[in-house]
Structure formats: structure tokens, C-alpha cells
Design a protein around this ligand. Sequence first.
Ligand SMILES: *Cc1c(COP(=O)(O)O)cnc(C)c1O
Length: 397
Amino acid sequence: MTTQETIELFDKYVIANYGRLPRVITKGEGCYLYDADGNKILDMFPGWAVSAIGHCHPRVVEALRKQAGELLHIDNTFYSEPQGMLAKLLSERAFGGKCFFCNSGAEANEAALKLARLHTAEQKYKFITAEGSFHGRTFATMTATAQPKHHEGLLPLLPGFVYVPFNDIEALEAAFSDEVAAVMIEPIQGEGGINVATAEYLQAIRRLCDENGAVMILDEVQTGIGRTGKWFGYQHFDIEPDIITMAKALGGGVAIGAMMATEQVAASLIPGKHASTFGGNALVCAAGVAVIEAIEEDNLLENANRLGQYTMDKLQQLKQKHSIIDSVRGVGMMIGLQLNGPGAVIVNKCLENGLRINCTQGTVLRFMPPMIANQSQIDQAVEILDSVLSASAKMSP
Ligand SMILES: *Cc1c(COP(=O)(O)O)cnc(C)c1O
């Protein structure tokens, strides 16, 4: 099929709820995408943070092939080895909690919100979330997402949610009461524009949750599984949450989500209270195990730290050169460039020149390189961005 023919299929048969780039991707390999017209694209935003160890990582592909030959799916009426193994590997790399498996980030957050209500006293029903957050698209997680643009046309929202400005301890203290069941927060806001929480802020959440008998939920859907140079984002901040949620990078490209809760909190999720038909099936959990093994055996956390710092330094140098860049921020391989002008046109120009990056909140360019990237790939990406910024500076008055 030609690119045009595929696009026509979409125009006729696929709901137009995404703004898509006019490319048909036919192959992904490591840091590269290939389209139906034979173009090779350097991917610095692989799979919207899903393909964090690169496209089609050989270990993940091999694990999927092997598992597919044995057992694809078995419902949670039974036990299966990959789910148990994945839970163990995750638990050992976080705070020793227990896991519930589902199929996406939103579902993991739904599970966390439900568990927080189940675990806390009856009068506790409120959830505190932060402005600029992103927690998903289901009704509860959309309501938790404190961005008015995501609520337009969808009112009324779910009751019980309270929004506070991000990184503002006083506002958090003012919002707290004994009616609060949980605080849910991203340690680094992703869709919100790569906004890094301060350690003091996360520590204040921990303290206020403890004082008020509330549950601290960290949404690690974007920050989890090595992206920041540690297994989980919270590990940069000297705190331990009660619940973390994860998805995106966890399956290396297959659909999986997970919630991990401390043993004490997890005990409140008893049979009949929550479930997922597909959740934790053998195929996706085998992929998850392979992702963790790949990160460990190929030293990808170390690479994310080292190369993340290298990327930040290179982008800081670009800032000296291009006045459209206001600031560069991030942790590990999760990096944002705050522009003082629109970013979408830059993203499109980069793609025309063989580089995929992303823009969020209109003016924040997101660089989230695969953890397997090497220095020359980063150099190449920064070079393309540099030339695109130079060309667009010439075009605008
Ligand atoms: C992407 C994202 C979600 C939603 O994940 P889905 O798999 O799209 O449901 C939730 N929280 C954060 C922080 C995310 O980045």
C-alpha cells in the first residue's frame, strides 16, 4: 500500500481523534523508524515514551516469540509464571510492594484511586492532584488530570477531586483535611511540560499523608522503568510512596500497566473489588521481564544517566545560540526545552529532516531518547534541531 492509500483507509474507517503526522511507519529498529516511502527517522520520542529501550528490542522480541509459542493468555482464575516473575522483579527494584497488573497507565491509576478509597476510612473520599498533571483519559483519571482543556465538553466530572498548584507546599497544606483519601502526583510531570518536583514538595506530601492517614500515590507511568536514570522517579527524592503506577515503558512496546502498593495497603484489595480480564497475561508479562533484564544486562540505567547529562549539556549549548530556547530541564533521559514560541512547527520541520521529537503544552519540546542511544545519535539529533532552529529564526522577523 502507498502512504496515500493507508491514509485514505484512516480517513474512511478510523475515528479522527488524533492529530497524525502524514507518515506511515512500517518498521522500527532501535533508535530508528522507517516509513512507507523509504525514509529513515531518528526517533528521540520513541512510541510516546513506550519504546524506552528502543523499537523492537531483540530481547523483548525473542521473549515474545518464545512465550507466544507456549501460552498467550490465561485469565486470572489461574496462576502463570511470567506474572509472578514480573511482580518479583518490579518489587525488588522498588519498595518491596505487591503488584496488580492491567493494560495501560490510566487503568493503573484507576486501580490506585480505587485502592486508596478501599484502604482508608469511610469519611475519606477526596483526591488531591496537581495542576498541569496528566493521569489518563478514563473518567476518574481525566478528572484527576488537572488541566481544563481535558475537561471541556465532558462535564460533570467525578466528584471528590481537589487541585493544587504543583510544587506549592502551602497550597497543599491548605487543601489537606481528614477527608483526603490520597494525593496522586507525578514526580516529574511529563505531558505538563517536564516539570520536576522538588524533594521538599514530595517529602511534604509524604508527611501530610502520614499525618492525615492518606495514601501517597506516585504516577510513574512516564518516569518509571529507568527513564530518569533510576528504576523509578521517586528514587531521586529520598521518599517512599505507598503506591506507584507504571505502564508505557514496562512492556517494551506491548500493552501493560501495573500498580504496586506496599504490602499493608495492598491487603485492602480483596477478591471482587477490582480486576482486569487481560491484566498480567503471560505474553505481556514475558515482555516486561525481558525489558527489565535488558535494562540490567545492558547497563541502560547508567547509560540513561550519562547520556541524559550529555544531552542536557548539548541542549544547554543550543540555548546559548538560539534565543527561542528559554530553559532546558529534566532528569536522565526525560528532557524538556522551554521555548518562548510555538513548538509544533519545529517538531514538523525536524521530522522533515529525519528527526522525531515531541512538543507538549504548545511550547515545550520533549526529548526522550531511547535508553539504548549512543553519543553520536544524540549529536545527530541535536545537529538537526540546531539547523531547524537556525532556519526558522531566519524565516520569522
Ligand atoms: C501516558 C500517561 C498516562 C496514561 O497512560 P495510558 O496508557 O495512555 O492510559 C498516565 N499518567 C502519565 C504520567 C502518563 O504519562
